[in-house]
Design a protein around this ligand. Structure first.
Ligand code: 5GP
Length: 209
């Protein structure tokens, strides 16, 4: 019994763009950092006009650019999406994302709700097929405030601004494909991994043998 039949190679598939949005304080950065440590994710370095914080490296954490440079890159069509977040500009380099998904690598993008909206609105079928967007909701506003206070990195005023921003961000959760209501970090990571795993097995991602 040796008839030829084509079995696709599960290791040869198209890459996925996981877009993760969540209000500040839900634990999104920790989740992203944890996922990116795994070798099956490629890290895309965003551009920003904000100054580097101590410990951050240019080209690794972000590509830090001036306002002029950022605007000229917008004009040149350099970004997949770009947005103002807390009064500063952030953007994802388009070609880096396209190169990675063509290599069959998955990327995780930690971007705000405006950036996610722009990616959803793109007409490019290659991007839409690859796109999986996920929103992480806090269990309640009280719990979000508690978490922001507990981490102790923001002043009362900054906490107030972040809670106000969260009130603007939360109502768009239903535009995302997946929604998680945050529990413990372990629970959240385990739910994220379940989504990632299932998405990797989708038939449409496999390439014909
Ligand atoms: P931070 O300055 O604390 O590193 O990031 C602030 C916020 O900017 C994060 O919550 C993240 O969602 C958002 N952000 C980071 N990179 C990008 C990006 O490339 N595009 C967009 N739209 N938002 C980003």
């Amino acid at each position: 019994m040796s008839e030829a039949v084509n079995i696709p190679d599960p290791l040869k598939r198209k890459g996925i763009i996981f877009v993760l949005s969540a209000p500040s304080g839900t634990g999104k950065s920790t989740i992203c950092q944890s996922l990116r440590q795994s070798p099956d994710f490629s890290f895309i370095v965003s551009h920003t006009t904000r100054a580097a914080r101590s410990g951050e490296t240019h080209g690794e954490d972000y590509t830090f650019v001036s306002e002029e440079e950022f605007v000229s890159k917008i004009d040149a069509g350099f970004f997949l999406e770009h947005a103002h977040v807390h009064g500063l500009r952030y953007g994802t380099p388009k070609q880096d994302v396209i190169d990675r998904i063509n290599e069959g690598k998955d990327v995780v993008l930690d971007i705000d709700v405006e950036g996610a909206r722009q990616i959803r609105a793109l007409k490019d079928p290659e991007i839409q097929d690859a796109l999986i967007d996920i929103f992480i909701l806090p269990p309640s506003m009280d719990e979000l405030e508690k978490r922001l206070r507990k981490r102790g990195t923001e002043s009362d005023e900054q906490i107030r601004v972040r809670l106000n921003t969260a009130l603007q961000e939360i109502p768009v959760w239903n535009q995302y494909r997946y929604t998680l209501v945050s529990e413990s970090m372990e629970e959240d990571l385990s739910k994220m991994r379940a989504i990632i795993k299932a998405e990797r097995y989708r038939t449409t991602r496999l390439l014909e043998a």
